[in-house]
Design a protein around this ligand. Sequence first.
Ligand code: ADP
Ligand code: MG
Length: 750
Amino acid sequence: MAQYGLDMDIQFLPGVGPKRAELLRKELGVGTVGEMLRLYPFRYIDKSTIVRIADARPDMAYLQVRARVLRVDLYGAAGAVSPPVPNEAGVSDDKKTAAGNAVKFNTVKRMSVWVSDGSGEMEMVFFKGIKWMYGKLRPGAEFIFFGKPTAFNGKMNMVHPEVDAVTPVSGQATLGTMAGATAGGTMADGTTGGTMTGVYQSTERLKNGGVTGKVMNKLMEASLNRGLPEIEESLPEYIMKQCGLVPLHFAMRNIHFPKDMISLEKAKYRLKFEELFYLQLSLLKQKYVRSRAELGIAMPKVGEAFNRCYEALPFPLTGAQKRVITEIRNDMKSGHQMNRLLQGDVGSGKTMVAVLTALIAIGNGFQACIMAPTEVLAQQHYKNIQKFLEPTGVRSALLTGSSKTSERREIHAGLEDGSIGIIVGTHALIEDNVVFRNLGLAIIDEQHRFGVEQRSKLWRKASCGAPPHVLVMTATPIPRTLAMTLYGDLDVSVIDELPPGRKPVQTIHATEGKRPALYRFMRDEIAKGRQVFIVYPLINETEKLDYQSLEAGAEEIMQKFPFPQYKTAVVHGKQLNDVKKFNMDAFAAGRADILVATSVIEVGVDVPNASVMVIESAERFGLSQLHQLRGRVGRGSEKSYCVLMTGPKMSKESRHRIELMCATENGFELAEEDMKMRGPGDLEGTQQSGLPISLNIASLAKDGLILNAARDCAEAVLREDPTLTSDRNQLLRKELRKEKYQIKDYSKIS
Ligand code: ADP
Ligand code: MG
């Protein structure tokens, strides 16, 4: 066990020892000085400001007052226990009060300390550590109290404030232990003099184990003293210069003990930049290496099928669709493998692009497959593409888990002999017994629902030496910064334009009291010949309660909208596939007016005649899911509505989500907001694939500008020295080998 330097076990730091070291390891996952130093404060407190009690407000995040103790009240479970309390001499737990009485501290549940600074009074409340504090907070003595103010019964108080004795320094009051470790002149150069103190992640266990904020600051000081000299600069000089970055030593020192605001900002920028820079360098390097080395199937022409389909299109393509098809076309003829992500909001016309892309493969003598995450979606895709394929004469087929054995046999044969050109399906497509004659293109819809394992199977279907081109389509708008990270090694195309003639969807928030009005509104719409979706949350497929509310809801609808005047179809995941399909088809064909469903209809379902989307318990859905659902309406020429039904009480976050939904229809805007609220790791769609890297200090939600700068820099480096072989880039090579930057490649799994 190292006793010096970065690898030093933290138990050898002063005041730690084996017990606290174990606690720190368990609670914060740090075992060495080096790891300690990479634990950055999540906020800073400027302790130089003292607030007058009269100016204290409960909405202040924290405050510091300098005040004298007026009196101390002790309360037990049954009320006041002091003063006076019965003298119980001989009990070691006791302590003499000023009045000579002994307090039996183990019966005291709460201590209330009234203080005044002349401008007003404030109560300091303690539930723990009472005995110790009682001995310290003598009436008449002056202290500095630091904590979060709250209002209680019209008065201000602080619960468990930090307490420091007042010690005069150059005529000015300051804390004896002010700014934790920064005072006292024991720090290495440059760490003294700051008034800002870092606040570190903590837990109840840590606090109970005596590892308070102050102790953490002390530990950081000790860690810096021992570890910093060993830390080596991790960015080449020329990059620091070009990008205006401070050296690592300066950054490490100032992130823990900021000299001032500006130094802190510089430190943060440097550390975030470094993290994002290496992340981008790693991704871009993979992309570069692949685009050079990877053979791809050259598809030089567009072909007959493409042209026939194109000429028969019932509408002109949007500018965005045309641009994207050109990008794809260039990839496919390049001789390198295409790895492209196609992003487009719901209804932006991705299916059209998929069909034309598939037809390019056909035109060059290859087969194409289109994979969807669910049966419903696969069916929908299959149905949708038929009308476009008709003029081309290309044979297509649908293969899903519920395809009958005889059908399946026929399809397998057609794929093997090449008579089926385009196959649409679910993961049934990638079962081992499916053999392609010459698969040249794989289109994956809603990629994030496909497991890595599943895609790797697809990869193995390559039958002509080179891997098929891959086009990943997603309708879940991904914030740009996240896309750059999740798919940094893919080329990205964005359809950022909706087909013309779309009417905005009016989004309304309503609670239970408005239900009769909602039903009236639904009747009006149905009378106009429109259809209505009603969606219930189904967070967990096995959640019994969710099914109960869906069933109860469906029953109520059928009562209020009685057959035969109204026809209601019900669809949920527990139904047999045949039943599900029957009900879905009834709604899609207009035989049912109302579809009551779980979120299975979230993606892909295209019923242009539906003009109302009612989302029940909308507070339980995430933003992107709400947005996907809303995208099911507004596809026809009629004005459409989305009604978000919620309970009367909502969490702050739910309320924010609902408000955002009512305020904007822009999926990217919503995605950005979603990421700000929940962080990238929690975004729908990212849980399964996971972030390729865990960020220590940078935030994809907040540091978009730094990410841009870091990516630009990484690009410039690679443009000049793609293999990082030049002398000045040796450090980059070395850093990239660190485990932290070993990023999983999402598009190519072998
Ligand atoms: P996405 O898959 O991106 O959600 P779709 O491909 O399902 O969107 O397209 C939504 C609807 O818009 C479909 O009914 C489709 O036929 C129609 N559409 C697609 N492209 C155009 C276009 N350029 N002009 C008019 N309508 C279009
Ligand atoms: Mg679609």
